[in-house]
Ligand binder design. Structure first.
Ligand SMILES: Nc1ncnc2c1ncn2[C@@H]1O[C@H](COP(=O)(O)OP(=O)(O)OP(=O)(O)O)[C@@H](O)[C@H]1O
Ligand SMILES: [Mg+2]
Length: 284
């Protein structure tokens, strides 16, 4: 059975200028121990589709799906109390902007211990011990001292590690990592990716890796979903995607990799596929 199964997910935001469809009929599955990458340019609905699956979108979002299940349980049909028991425990997410996702008013120690208190019911001493272990696991030096720091006292890379520690605190079955390395410099990017892959292998988690970086896809993913303008353009195992991409959009993405360039200006999607009306114009 798939861990997360999504069929025909549609997300529509109510906006001042009328409804806006950010996700338009996306389907995907992720299994235990599998790494699924979701790629696509900015605005293609990658974050919104995962936030919808987690039930974390604001009230202005109308979410519908033919199927949205975790371990066979219907996420849309269950009560919000039931869903809260799963979210943050069995499914957790590393949010796109680590610094903005941490609460500036509380120490990082308090924030990780809250998760351990709410989901695992650990007492104060147990929480502190586990928080130190988690900070060690994600490579934060002097963890006992760091627990007393506020997010603004830490670097972007350290905040990212805190977010990862919080996300893995309850040994989730599924981890969704939303652009976990984009905000970081290249050396830290590699460390964070290695860390995520090591944790995924050690805990046998399913991992959804949202990225617009095809290098990250090649290095980490088993399977790939390519999104464009809120739609799924292609789904393939990682080798087939790079060797024989089926959709024009995937070919355009691959052609836009600087490694493949001849030194000339990189082509735009519309230029590459002038005959494909679905790929004309910028993403909304
Ligand atoms: N709360 C909201 N209200 C209205 N529109 C929204 C809201 N949140 C996101 N959107 C729109 O939904 C679309 C998809 O956004 P999303 O954040 O999923 O893109 P993304 O693929 O994650 O892009 P990026 O690579 O930049 O993170 C965008 O056009 C965005 O402006
Ligand atoms: Mg995003």
């Amino acid at each position: 059975m798939a861990l997360l199964e999504i069929e025909n997910l549609v997300v529509e935001f109510q906006t001042a200028t009328g409804p806006f469809r950010a996700v338009d009929g996306v389907s995907m599955k992720v299994h235990e121990k599998e790494v699924l990458a979701i790629v696509g340019e900015s605005g293609s609905g990658k974050s919104v589709s995962m936030l919808a699956a987690m039930g974390l979108l604001p009230w202005t979002a109308k979410v519908t799906a033919d199927k949205l299940t975790f371990n066979g349980r219907d996420l849309l049909g269950m009560s919000s109390a039931e869903r809260k028991k799963i979210i943050g425990k069995d499914i957790s997410m590393i949010f796109q902007e680590p610094v903005a996702s941490l609460n500036p008013c509380f120490t990082v120690g308090f924030q990780i211990e809250e998760v351990l208190r709410i989901h695992l019911g650990l007492d104060k001493a147990q929480r502190r011990k586990r928080a130190i272990e988690l900070f060690e696991a994600v490579g934060i030096p002097d963890p006992a001292e760091r627990l007393g720091h506020y997010p603004h006292q830490m670097s972007g890379g350290q905040c990212q590690r805190v977010m990862i520690a919080i996300a893995i605190a309850c040994n989730p079955k599924l981890l969704i990592a939303d652009e976990p390395t984009t905000a970081l410099d290249v050396t830290i990017q590699k460390q964070i990716l290695d860390l995520l892959m090591r944790l995924q292998a050690e805990h046998g988690m399913g991992l959804i890796m949202i990225t617009h970086n095809m290098g990250v896809v090649a290095e980490t993913a088993d399977r790939v979903v390519v999104q464009y303008k809120g739609r799924k353009m292609e789904e393939a195992d990682v080798l087939s995607l790079f060797e024989s991409p089926k959709s024009n959009y995937t070919r355009a993405l691959l052609a836009a990799l600087p490694d493949n360039a001849t030194g000339d200006r990189l082509p735009t999607i519309s230029e590459l596929f002038v005959d494909d009306p679905s790929l004309q114009g910028a993403a909304r």
